[in-house]
Design a protein around this ligand. Sequence first.
Ligand SMILES: Cc1cc2nc3c(=O)[nH]c(=O)nc-3n(C[C@H](O)[C@H](O)[C@H](O)COP(=O)(O)O)c2cc1C
Length: 423
Amino acid sequence: MLDYHDKTAHTYRSVRMTSHRIDWDNPPKPFKLYPEHFPRIALDAKVPSHRFVMLVGGISAQKSYPGVTYALRTNPSAGALYPTEAYVQIRNEEGFEDGIYHVSPFENALVRLSDLNENEGVETFLHVKKIKGFIFLFSALYYRSSWKYRTRAFRYCLLDTGHMIGTLEASCLLFKRDYRICYTLDKEDLNALFAFGNEEFFLSSVIVGKEDETSSPQTLKTVLVSTDGTGRFEADLRIEEAYRATCMLRVRQAQSAMPFFAFDRERWAQAIWKRRSIRDFAQKPLLQEQFFEAVRFATEPIPSDCDESVDLYAVVNRVSGMEQGVWKAGKYVQKGDFSKDAGYLCLEQALGEESGVTFFLVGDDAQNYQAMMQKAGIIGHRLYVSATYLGFGCSGIGAYYDDEVKAFLQCKGMILYAISIGY
Ligand SMILES: Cc1cc2nc3c(=O)[nH]c(=O)nc-3n(C[C@H](O)[C@H](O)[C@H](O)COP(=O)(O)O)c2cc1C
């Protein structure tokens, strides 16, 4: 997988030599809408179980430019292209009929794709016993992102899906529900069950419910129906190959501990809903305790069946009480003012230079690439939500000069993601 990551690295030269013309007049559709005859459950913010689902990628704001209005969501997305789709199996949950649903943020509704009887379910694809509760399944419609970012888009599909899991995690913490991320999925079989063509593929699932050890449902007999989710589609065979090459997990290490973040419930709910990417930093320093609190939450355990290690390097630009420099796990790797370097490394984006702190997330396990990249997205989401909760700003940065970041940090492995926080 190092091969895919290497081949999609940005270099100073590659970003200037690209011949790719973005077809701005023909963007892919940002919403997958099933035909009207599929029954729907309208989500009602006053019903707690509905609110719990609405926070997972729901539309939380609108942005208007002359002639166009964009929907913004609880999850950030590279280029606001939103390749991630969510599906959910629901069993024995108040406020819902049992069934398999597509989560439709545009309609603020769940679209029923299939009934669910006692003895059938998607559990077999996750190799678990019967789940009473929710099983979320996350997929990517990669063309939404490759339309603009070409082959590098597979990285963004994974990071974006990590952010989507992050919205679910934040909602679980709000509603005090335990959850477990499962990357061990029979993905090809699930893709077939949901009647996906090559344009859409599953990446992960999250169980929010109790496992009934005494009962193992059978595989669903019905094949579901899919619908066009992008309007236009151009295949990128390198993305499809990268997906297939990384579907199988190799040596796995599970994490069962839950994260902890002490929060005021109302403020936390607001932070999930109000989260937004900062566009410009005013360059006011962060407080040292704000930096440590955001890092503490970002590095709390993430319960999953494949916990890849991801290192967090912090380029400390402006934090009162802290020296400038590159900081990792409580120690400085280098001291000095590297703010200009951080800006340059993020493809000359001011966000990298003008932040309080610019993080680089580094991983080195090419074996479980899908799990590792999604974990980077989850960490990114924790930084967003905790920054919003603590009153400062955050932005994901998917564009950086990969090899130059590595040389700057003097590290091996892969640069998975960059994130800036600050005022
Ligand atoms: C994986 C990822 C990469 C991103 N990369 C950049 C970036 O390089 N530069 C930038 O200004 N914003 C970046 N963003 C932020 C998006 O532009 C932003 O999430 C999107 O426009 C939606 O706006 P919102 O986050 O305020 O809802 C990124 C977000 C994600 C999730």
